[in-house]
Design a protein around this ligand. Structure first.
Ligand code: 5GP
Length: 130
């Protein structure tokens, strides 16, 4: 059974895409902690990030770096926080989250409810900066 992220990769489920190359995809988290909260995933399904090959893992971080810089151009913040959890979706992913304080990385906080028009414009603006 494909993960929800594999179904996003193959186009069965839509996403607000911000960047893509042959190996990786970045799209907005649907339950964001902040505007611009983005997930970076490998297109090939792997549950645990540290089961990825050294070359794929480093390439994913370099891809995430480009995406993080683009997010920071669009969303005013001090830094882009980086975290890996992976307890909900068993498909490796990096969270990129605009932050101003440690509190902004607290996943137990209520998530933002954003209109589709806000997701759409955020994804387009970030995509234009990548
Ligand atoms: P984790 O596996 O790192 O604990 O959390 C998975 C993350 O994926 C959560 O932040 C959740 O909001 C996000 N997520 C789960 N399902 C979907 C989905 O179908 N689309 C998008 N864009 N994000 C999702």
């Amino acid at each position: 059974m494909a993960t929800i992220f594999a179904r996003i990769v193959n186009g069965e489920i839509p996403c607000y895409k911000v960047a893509e190359d042959e190996k990786f995809l970045a799209f907005l988290d649907i339950n964001p902690l902040a505007k611009g909260h983005t997930l970076v995933i490998p297109k090939v399904e792997t549950d645990y990030i540290f089961d990825m090959t050294d070359s794929d893992l480093s390439a994913m971080m370099i891809f995430a770096k480009k995406v993080a810089k683009a997010i920071k151009e669009v969303v005013p913040c001090t830094k882009i926080g980086v975290t890996v959890i992976g307890l909900e979706v068993p498909h490796a992913h990096i969270h990129l989250i605009p932050i101003n304080s440690i509190y902004d990385m607290d996943f137990s906080r209520p998530k933002l409810q954003l209109d589709s028009s806000v997701f759409e414009s955020l994804s387009q603006e970030i995509a234009s900066m990548v």
